[in-house]
Design a protein around this ligand. Structure first.
Ligand SMILES: [Fe+2]
Ligand SMILES: [Fe+2]
Length: 174
């Protein structure tokens, strides 16, 4: 096995956190659908898929390293929210928590002189920078728009999605 038992156990915990995030974002996406906010719902459905992918990245790493995958029991996601801002604030808090969790894994890898895991985790540290910064932007947008201005946020997200799709299409042609 290329990683320690302790590292294996810590990564198994993280697999649980990533799946928990995925479920939480599905719950938030559902809340936005009920509130007739399709662009926000789409954004969080996409976010849920990304968290699912993060969990699977860790699973693959543990298996490649010859470890054992043991997924812990997951807490139920929060299902109801006072308003849009509360749901996005919860997501931002969550992303900050995950950033600390990834940093603890890096600290453990450094302590164990485990360069393989350190290297593997570097993708996640950069990913967290992106996730925290985009969630902060979204929270500020929602706060500025207020409950009455959520259509502005919807238009902004729909525009962003069109741009990403156009970029993906032109990258496909190149
Ligand atoms: Fe994640
Ligand atoms: Fe995330």
């Amino acid at each position: 096995m290329l990683i320690s038992k302790k590292m294996n156990a810590a990564i198994n915990e993280q697999i649980g956190h990533e799946f928990t995030a995925s479920l939480q974002y599905i719950a938030i996406s559902s809340f936005f659908t009920i509130e007739s906010l399709p662009a926000l719902a789409g954004r969080f459905a996409q976010q849920a898929r990304e968290e699912h992918d993060h969990a699977l990245r860790f699973v693959k790493f543990v298996l490649d390293a010859g470890g054992r995958v043991e997924i812990p029991a997951l807490p139920a996601p929060k299902a109801s929210f006072k308003n849009v801002e509360e749901a996005i604030q919860l997501s931002l808090n969550w992303e900050n928590t995950v950033t600390r969790q990834i940093n603890s894994l890096v600290a453990l890898a450094i302590k164990e002189s485990d360069y393989l895991t350190q290297n593997f985790l570097s993708w996640f540290t950069i990913e967290q920078l992106e996730e925290v910064s985009s969630m902060e932007t979204l929270l500020k947008l929602v706060q500025r728009a207020g409950e009455g201005g959520l259509l502005y946020v919807e238009n902004y997200l729909a525009g962003q999605l069109k741009q990403t799709e156009a970029e993906a299409a032109s990258a496909g042609k190149a």
